[in-house]
Design a protein around this ligand. Structure first.
Ligand code: HEC
Ligand code: HEC
Ligand code: HEC
Ligand code: HEC
Ligand code: HEC
Length: 398
């Protein structure tokens, strides 16, 4: 026990040391976290806790750290969009964000570096219990006063820095469901679905065969779980959905064709959610997947664009699209369910001498109304699919 306490002290001495994150994405919201800690009146603060910065873990777990630092988990309390939305949500609403975006806020002293790291290593690996709640959520219990890290390694041993314990839950979707499932209770007692990845997975074909989130989001590789411990063959990549990563590019399957049809070019065929364990887009309701099509002439001149947006639109009492904490109902949901094949039927006005139809499908982080509401000037896009289709005369099938 003395050794463990020493380890904790050593950690405290490193505050503000050269270990300050070099990655600007990690340069986060200590201020915000400390505000949250003040507001909470500190009833939950555990003084003798074992929560550590991810930088400590990186000393031995290089692989996990390198993946994690690229993932959105590492930016969960620091990204510009999160800060903008949190500020817009304001007061009482914003305190509720911490549970998932900064799970130790208000529970450890505000000076701790871990509070600037969003969902850091301990945010998942100090979860000692995963249990369903009466209101249909999943609660995660972090055991902060025990120096135990939970996961699924076979035959890992306790050592001077931390103890280990095997946890089935870490290999299952329920762990993720602790944060990736959220329904907001409205003043009238009704509930509004917000984050729905877990319930969509559970009710869908992937949940049915018991293929957990980890299978797709944490690809296996061979390496050392900790420096000097020898190779293991089933380590898990922690990048989850690295920006521009390969996972997104595998999600869609398209069978599309373009045909001349009177005054327009007709795009027809199907789009299938082949590779996601949940609807696409999923997660934050403001996400969109947008299909855009425009003709291109032999000389490379582009014609006007036609588009279709897929998404779940939450609206406020006046019927205007709103961020989830202002919304009262789901106005429409045009997302693609897992494995669902959707018919596409879109007419595009052709440019003179149109030869090809350019089709692009992209994921967009925020719909225009929500981006505007929270004052976000830059939205992120990721290409999911693109194809230049020859324009047929309507007689051929391809
Ligand atoms: C001094 C080196 C060292 C540091 C620092 C360290 N670990 Fe470990 N950790 C290990 C070793 C060694 C193992 C066992 C590896 C093996 O058996 O292949 C391990 C195993 C683990 C496991 C697997 C547990 C299981 O039962 O499946 C997790 C999770 C873990 N560490 C998380 C962390 C986190 C989080 C941090 C930072 C707070 C951290 N470690 C810091 C050395 C370290
Ligand atoms: C969002 C949750 C989450 C975060 C954040 C996270 N991990 Fe993990 N980690 C997991 C899960 C889940 C597994 C086991 C996956 C499985 O068995 O399917 C795992 C596995 C591990 C293991 C076992 C060996 C391996 O690589 O598979 C180690 C060690 C580990 N994590 C360390 C870390 C460290 C260090 C960090 C921070 C830099 C970190 N984890 C951040 C969820 C997380
Ligand atoms: C403690 C809460 C928490 C847990 C547990 C958790 N997540 Fe997350 N996850 C988040 C938050 C918050 C974000 C959004 C971060 C942001 O973009 O600001 C996120 C983002 C993601 C993303 C988007 C990643 C990217 O880089 O764009 C994926 C994929 C994901 N999580 C998968 C998982 C999986 C799989 C598990 C279970 C192994 C898991 N998460 C466990 C809170 C959590
Ligand atoms: C069959 C593979 C598969 C399974 C299983 C799976 N996912 Fe995904 N997930 C994907 C793919 C592919 C994407 C990218 C989709 C896109 O770009 O729209 C994705 C995207 C995400 C995102 C990013 C949402 C966003 O804003 O674009 C989150 C968060 C996420 N998954 C969480 C989960 C959780 C939590 C589970 C388990 C309950 C899970 N996923 C199960 C394949 C899977
Ligand atoms: C129950 C857990 C939970 C709560 C509570 C929660 N979030 Fe999230 N948040 C998530 C998860 C999981 C994601 C990842 C989903 C995705 O990538 O689409 C996410 C993603 C986001 C994103 C997208 C980040 C980006 O860069 O694209 C923003 C912004 C955000 N949340 C803001 C908030 C705000 C503000 C609050 C409080 C008013 C809040 N969240 C409350 C779990 C939660």
């Amino acid at each position: 026990m003395a050794v463990l306490a020493l380890a904790a002290c050593a950690d405290n001495e490193r505050k503000g040391s050269p270990l300050e994150p070099a990655d600007p994405r990690l340069n986060a919201s200590l201020l915000q976290a400390s505000e949250a800690a003040k507001q909470s009146d500190k009833p939950n603060v555990v003084e003798n806790h074992f929560v550590k910065s991810a930088l400590r873990c990186s000393e031995c777990h290089e692989g996990a750290y390198e993946g994690w630092r690229k993932s959105a988990h590492a930016r969960a309390s620091a990204s510009p969009s999160y800060k903008a939305m949190r500020a817009h949500a304001g007061g009482a609403q914003s305190a509720g964000c911490d549970r998932c975006h900064s799970p130790f806020a208000g529970r450890i002293p505000a000076r701790n570096l871990a509070l600037r790291e969003g969902v850091n290593c301990d945010g998942c690996h100090m979860v000692a219990r995963v249990a369903p709640t009466d209101d249909g959520h999943i609660s995660l219990t972090h055991e902060l006063a025990d120096n135990v890290k939970y996961s699924t390694l076979e035959e890992a041993k306790d050592h001077y820095f931390h103890r280990v314990r095997y946890s089935d839950a870490h290999g299952e979707s329920e762990l993720c469901g602790g944060c990736h499932q959220y329904r907001r209770t409205l003043p009238n007692g009704e509930t509004l679905p917000v984050y729905t990845e877990y319930q969509e997975w559970e009710a869908g074909p992937w949940g049915e065969i018991g293929l957990p989130c980890q299978t797709c989001h944490m690809q296996e590789y061979t390496g050392e779980a900790a420096v000097g411990e020898g190779e293991r063959s089933s380590l898990k990549d922690h990048a989850f959905l690295e920006e521009g990563g390969e996972l997104r590019s595998t999600v869609l399957e398209a069978g599309l064709r373009a045909e001349r049809d009177g005054q327009s070019v007709h795009l027809r065929g199907t789009l299938t959610n082949k590779g996601a364990g949940h609807y696409i887009p999923t997660g934050m309701p403001a996400r969109r997947i947008i299909l855009r099509a425009y003709t291109v002439s032999e000389q490379g001149k582009a014609g006007p664009e036609a588009s279709i947006a897929f998404g779940r639109v939450l609206v406020d009492a006046q019927g205007n699209e709103a961020p989830f904490y202002r919304a009262v109902r789901v106005d429409r949901d045009t997302r693609l369910a897992p494995k669902q094949q959707r018919n596409i039927d879109l007419r595009v006005k052709p440019v003179e001498g149109a030869k090809h139809l350019q089709v692009e499908v992209a994921w967009v982080s925020f719909s225009a109304p929500v981006a505007k509401a929270i004052g976000l000037t830059e939205v992120k896009t990721e290409q999911l699919y693109q194809q230049r289709l020859p324009i047929g005369d309507g007689k051929r099938s391809h």
